[in-house]
Ligand binder design. Structure first.
Ligand code: SF4
Length: 381
């Protein structure tokens, strides 16, 4: 699987991680205890080799060097939110001078002003929990987006938002999903998962639905034919074991309903919020989170590093730690930047392509559900 030099390094008898290499090559599942052992190792190179091997053995040869990205546009209809997540720097109270609310027409007008709107393939729609934007608002919004931009897939509303809308309207989440799917909703983003451990949720996002409900809503969407993503927001004071348990909960759900496309390990930022910045992840921990996700999630096709959170350089390194997706062009990211992310607000296509090429990979523009739009190999770059 690996080059001879790399194989020699990972399989040498003195390497305590060598037995995991053999298990991964043979397609055997890695257990919780084994994951903890890998995570605790200081041998970052071996961890990277394990993750890259897991990526390689689970990827068809023809697309093994592909790194995916999507031409997407983030839409956050309001920053007013009833919840009080301690890590959130985005939310505002309704009376805040910085609060904003976008009507359906405002959103359509905003997209219309984007010069490359005809090339977009995805809207990523997430927002605050705001009682003036209930089911009717989102139904109208999705209908309007589909009418004006029929070529763009709508990935929208976290499980937390769907649960909020269902409670607001007094109807089951299943009904909300059915109505919004008819209106044009194509898939669910992975947000709102944070860290599944109840200990951590009680500390930082007590208003949010518990892990079991987050997973149930994604399972419902999968059963209705909609795929989804899943995230981990690390840096909230969780332990490595709690990170691993979070990833294993996704693996268990995926065994049952099979609709997760991508797992996205994120890291918290600490400006303008109430989480202690001493919890910040190191670059090594970020890489370990990508790697252990790829190693454990033998049933989820893609691992994404969100360049807007970790920057372009670490994104490039992550491509040797099991990652095969770096999100997209984004356009107007508000949530991570409110918390102090110092990366760009957007990257152009050319910048994304260049970033992937320089890491020795083949950039591939995809749509939301991983249909290939264009391969930027050396011939047609
Ligand atoms: S993270 Fe989401 S649910 Fe929590 S306060 Fe911020 S906007 Fe609201």
């Amino acid at each position: 699987m690996a080059t001879a030099l790399v194989e020699d390094y990972i399989t040498r008898p003195s390497n305590p991680l060598s037995r995991f290499y053999r298990k991964i090559v043979e397609g055997e599942r890695i257990s919780r205890e084994e994951a903890v052992e890998i995570y605790q190792s200081y041998d970052l190179l071996s961890i990277g080799i394990l993750a890259d091997t897991a990526r390689i053995v689970r990827t068809p040869e023809a697309v093994r060097n592909h790194v995916y990205w999507v031409h997407n546009f983030h839409i956050n209809p309001t920053n007013i939110c009833e919840a009080n997540c301690r890590f959130c720097s985005f939310k505002k109270g309704p009376k805040s001078p910085f609060a904003y609310v976008m009507s359906v027409d405002d959103v359509v007008e905003m997209v219309n002003k984007y010069p490359m709107k005809d090339e977009l393939s995805e809207f990523h729609v997430v927002s605050g929990l705001y009682d003036q934007q209930g089911l009717a608002y989102y139904r109208d919004l999705f209908v309007a987006l589909k009418k004006n931009f029929p070529h763009v897939h709508i990935k929208g509303l976290t499980a937390v938002e769907l649960d909020y809308i269902a409670k607001l309207e007094g109807i089951p989440v299943e009904e909300v999903l059915t109505i919004l799917k008819e209106a044009g909703l194509g898939s669910l983003p992975g947000g709102g998962a944070e860290v599944f451990a109840e200990r951590v949720r009680q500390l930082v996002c007590v208003d949010k639905i518990p892990a079991a409900e987050w997973l149930r809503i994604h399972g419902l969407a999968h059963q209705m034919g909609m795929q989804s993503n899943a995230t981990l927001l690390a840096g909230l004071g969780e332990t490595p074991e709690e990170r691993i348990d979070h990833i294993l909960a996704i693996r268990e759900q995926q065994d049952k309903t099979g609709g997760f496309m991508t797992f996205i390990p994120l890291n918290c930022y600490y400006d303008n919020n109430a989480v202690d910045a001493s919890n910040a992840l190191t670059g090594v921990e970020n890489l370990k989170n990508f790697a252990i996700s790829r190693i454990l999630l033998d049933n989820v096709p893609h691992i994404k590093s969100f360049w807007i959170h970790i920057g372009e350089k670490l994104s490039q390194v992550s491509l040797s730690f099991g990652v095969d997706d770096i999100d997209g062009t984004v356009v107007q990211e508000k949530i991570a930047h409110a918390a102090g992310t110092d990366t760009s607000q957007a990257l152009t296509k050319a910048e994304l392509i260049n970033m992937i090429h320089k890491a020795g990979k083949i950039p591939v523009e995809r749509d939301t559900v991983y249909n290939i739009i264009r391969v930027y190999d050396s011939v047609n770059a």
